[in-house]
Design a binder for this molecule. Structure first.
Ligand SMILES: *Cc1c(COP(=O)(O)O)cnc(C)c1O
Length: 395
């Protein structure tokens, strides 16, 4: 029934599973038959504090009883406070623009770079700089510019013509070769999520950041997936010891409500340059504040670090036990992956895991990807890996 309604009325852009999930608690989900599943996906890195966290329930219901939305033509108290909180967490004086998604945050970052290029040209009497270099295997979103910025040509089929000014480097070492007089920015993920949980080398990232600073080129770091403690640190940029000119956030920041953020120390966008009807409303920013409160406690008590270490240990055990299937263990913090020997095997593991009651993701480079809630308990980790082990044995 539900499956048929979906097929009749929803544009079928996803290869969907038709399990009807009805409720959850932390990293455990239940379907309409009361079957339980351990959620190693967080809804693709979104439900950072788990399902139905009591503080989230309280915040969202209390906020709904007051104000959900007033336009950005008026000051929004939780928005200002969340902007302040982001700057405090990041530890640098940055300002934020709130959007509604990752792609939209990246669109805003691209606009900042383009206007910065215009302003530089006016100061130096040189032609406008506008080109942005991104990496092969990157993922920056589905809107037209963010899609063009995405270094996966197969995703560009059908949707051209695209805006000009995007070029791609095969890897971080070859970024410099791509730079020309029109280059205004380089945009990277520090751990490529969709591209296969590929963590860039720290020394190489630092060298890139220094080179870009010396050449007056902006560094934009897309932390839509890695941000808000997913990597262990508040931002992966802090863990990498770099200070990008723009950082974008989205997925984990709202814990399930749609939010995107562009953080920057640059003073580029002025009144009228950018906007969003929904961006940063009472609901999403008050919820974002609660997400940060919950995760701060986890971080300060050391629980976050412990959970990540425990998850990694269990994943490593699975890896060691199945070297016939897995070729590498990758990732940092609670963005982790196991490289599978081929695409067919990966395609079998995911439904088998579902059958046994554990949700896992795939990513590029034949990667079995794990993005559990950052609040996942030891018991949930144990149960999830036991079910995954069962699933693998059943192949
Ligand atoms: C998911 C993701 C995006 C796109 O976010 P949406 O909210 O789906 O628009 C962009 N960049 C990265 C690194 C992502 O992981």
């Amino acid at each position: 029934m539900l499956e048929q309604t979906d097929k009749n009325y929803i544009i079928q852009t996803y290869a969907r599973n038709y399990t009807n999930f009805t409720h959850g608690s932390n990293a455990t989900l239940f379907d309409d038959q009361e079957k339980s599943y351990i959620d190693f996906t967080s809804g693709i890195g979104v439900v950072s504090v788990g399902h139905a966290h009591p503080e989230m329930v309280k915040t969202i219901s209390e906020q709904a009883a007051k104000i959900l939305h007033i336009s950005n033509l008026y000051v929004i108290e939780p928005q200002a406070k969340l902007g302040e909180a982001l700057s405090l967490h990041y530890g640098k004086p940055v300002k934020t623009f709130f959007a509604n998604s990752g792609a939209e945050a990246n669109e805003g970052a691209i606009k900042i770079a383009r206007k910065y290029g215009e302003m530089q040209g006016q100061v130096n009497g040189l032609p406008k700089k506008y080109k942005i270099i991104t990496l092969a295997h990157s993922f920056h979103g589905r809107t037209i510019s963010a899609l063009k910025a995405t270094g996966q040509p197969s995703m560009h089929n059908y949707f051209g013509p695209f805006p000009d000014g995007f070029t791609y480097a095969d890897n971080i070492e070859s970024v410099e070769e791509q730079i020309d007089d029109h280059t205004v920015a380089v945009m990277i993920e520090l751990v490529q999520g969709e591209g296969g949980v590929e963590a860039l080398n720290k020394a190489k990232v630092q060298a890139l950041a220094t080179m870009l600073k010396n050449r007056g080129i902006l560094l934009i770091v897309d932390e839509v997936q890695t941000g808000v403690y997913r990597s262990g640190a508040f931002t992966a940029s802090q863990a990498y010891g770099i200070e990008p000119d723009v950082i974008t956030l989205a997925k984990g920041l709202g814990g399930g409500v749609p939010i995107g953020a562009i953080m920057t120390p640059l003073d580029v966008l002025k009144t009228g340059d950018h906007g969003s009807t929904f961006g940063g409303n009472y609901l999403v920013t008050q919820t974002g504040l609660t997400v940060l409160d919950i995760l701060d406690k986890e971080q300060k008590s050391g629980a976050l670090k412990e959970r990540a270490a425990y998850f990694q240990e269990k994943m490593q055990t699975l890896f060691e036990a199945h070297k016939d299937l897995f070729t590498a263990s990758v990732g940092v913090g609670l963005i982790r992956g196991l490289r599978v020997k081929d695409a067919e095997t990966l395609a079998k593991i995911i439904p088998a895991a579902h059958e046994k009651g554990v949700l896992v993701l795939k990513a590029g480079r034949n990667t079995l990807r794990f993005l559990p809630p950052l609040t996942i308990t030891k018991e949930e980790v144990d149960l999830g890996f036991a079910r995954l082990e069962d699933a693998i044995r059943s192949l």
